[in-house]
Design a protein around this ligand. Structure first.
Ligand SMILES: *Cc1c(COP(=O)(O)O)cnc(C)c1O
Length: 447
């Protein structure tokens, strides 16, 4: 069977809002020339990963493709420097150039999100969240977050996480009939449990988060409100999701998901909490900041402030809605019935296959995503009923709504083939996708 025909190829420069000098076709060779000689084993594996990222349709909702410029900053000599402290108040000499780099990242974060204060030093999303706990709580205090199996994150109080072991964690979820967060239920739990901190945001929430509604509950019970926008930060920056700034007291985010920066994190806060947040990150939780990451965050924030990033954010949502509609048309059961953002959660129960075997089959077929629990899942977390899909990465490659229909078709064929044990069909699909993706080159990889 012939798959959808391949659209004409475009250069990465047409797709990413990056400058001309970063569009060299030999970019991959430039980044790895010395590595190939110094450590051929690692270089070969990086090359293989580059090919994999180029030949597959990547739908993992937390992943993306960063620009060549972000990669160059990440791979720069800034990794050589120790800079404990903050700009102007360091514990090591030689900060003449690190200080302005970090200041640029901070200023751009404040400007982009309209926040009073920004800390760009957290090593990643999980340490950023832990820093907020450290800033506001003592061990044993009560934190109200969203349950992991309902769409929250490990660091929102799951039992195996430090946040679950060291704090008291009542949790909220979604309604069984709608798949949506019920703020009346959240308010009821908050009144009973009197948390010091309330967390909104998560890893598998396909719908708009009502930050004002959460703030009203936090105010009623005297709690600090933290919005964890790790997944949707790029949508917020690009105006495709309402902002928590102005509602939440503290906002945490990773920088590498829809925001399309390096692996890292930021904490945004009101002026009144600025000192507490900075002290919690350093010296409370971390030592020296990763200056190469800080520089790359600054680069990503500059990209995210461009008009083209607004178009990108809007296109992510259009693509997610198109993919959701195309999946629903093919009989996929979507949690909450669809999506408002970049993320789709599909319940495969009606398809007669578990999430894990489906995800493994899709990976063979060239479509990368993750198995995920769905709310009120009757199966176990390591073998749940759902699949989580996101459109941030495919949108970066320049794919549009038409491509989403093709993707839904492949997903449907692959899930059907997996259910019927037709392994050869998975290879056929992988071949079609290898051809198709050639039209969508990725930064940092030769076409
Ligand atoms: C990804 C994510 C995190 C954690 O980020 P890491 O960088 O993986 O530590 C935290 N919270 C939410 C909601 C996330 O989606």
């Amino acid at each position: 069977m012939l798959g959808p025909s391949r659209p004409p190829a475009r250069s990465p420069c047409e797709i990413m809002p990056i400058s001309e000098e970063h569009c060299m076709s030999d970019a991959y060779e430039a980044l790895t020339a010395n590595l190939a000689a110094a450590d051929p084993e690692i270089e070969r594996l990086i090359e293989a990963e580059g090919r994999r990222e180029s030949e597959k349709i990547r739908l993992i909702a937390s992943e993306n493709y960063v620009s060549q410029a972000v990669m160059e900053a990440t791979g720069s000599i800034l990794t050589n420097k120790y800079s404990e402290g903050y700009a102007g108040k360091r514990y090591y000499e030689g900060q003449q150039f690190i200080d302005p780099i970090e200041q640029l990242a901070v200023d751009r974060a404040k400007e982009l999100f309209g926040a009073d204060h920004a800390n760009v030093q957290p090593y990643s999303g999980s340490p950023a969240n832990l820093a907020v706990y450290l800033a506001f709580l003592n061990p044993g205090d009560t934190v109200l977050g969203m349950a992991l199996d309902m769409g929250g994150h490990l660091t929102h109080g799951h039992a195996v996480s430090a946040t679950g072991k060291w704090f008291n964690n009542p949790r909220y979820g979604v309604r069984k009939d709608t798949g949506l967060i019920d703020l009346d239920e959240v308010a009821e739990i908050a009144r009973k449990e009197r948390p010091k901190l309330i967390i909104c945001g998560g890893t598998a929430i396909p719908r708009t988060i009502d930050f004002a509604g959460f703030k009203a509950i936090a105010d009623e019970v005297g709690a600090v409100l933290m919005a964890d926008i790790a997944h949707i930060a790029g949508l917020v920056a690009g105006g495709a999701h309402p902002t928590p700034v102005g509602h939440a007291d503290v906002v945490t985010t990773t920088t590498h998901k829809t925001l399309r920066g390096p692996r890292g994190a930021m904490i945004l806060a009101n002026e009144e909490h600025a000192k507490a947040i900075d002290k919690a990150v350093f010296p409370g939780l971390q030592g020296g900041p990763h200056n190469h990451t800080t520089a790359a965050i600054a680069v990503a924030l500059r990209e995210a402030a461009k008009a083209s990033f607004k178009d990108y954010a809007a296109q992510i949502v259009k693509n997610a809605k198109a993919l959701a509609a195309a999946l629903a048309e093919r009989g996929f059961d979507l949690v909450s019935g669809g999506t408002d953002n970049h993320l789709i959660l599909a319940d495969l129960t009606s398809k007669g296959i578990g999430g894990k075997p489906a995800a493994k089959a899709l990976d063979i077929a060239g479509i990368e995503l993750n198995f995920n629990t769905v709310p009120f899942d009757t199966r176990k977390p390591f073998d749940p009923s759902g699949l989580r899909l996101g459109t941030a990465a495919v949108t970066t490659r320049g794919m549009g709504e038409g491509d989403m229909d093709a993707i839904a078709g492949w997903i449907d064929r692959a899930v059907g083939a997996a259910k019927d044990g037709k392994d050869a069909e998975l290879e056929v699909i992988a071949g079609e996708i290898r051809e198709y993706t050639k039209a969508f080159p990725i930064p940092g990889w030769r076409a």
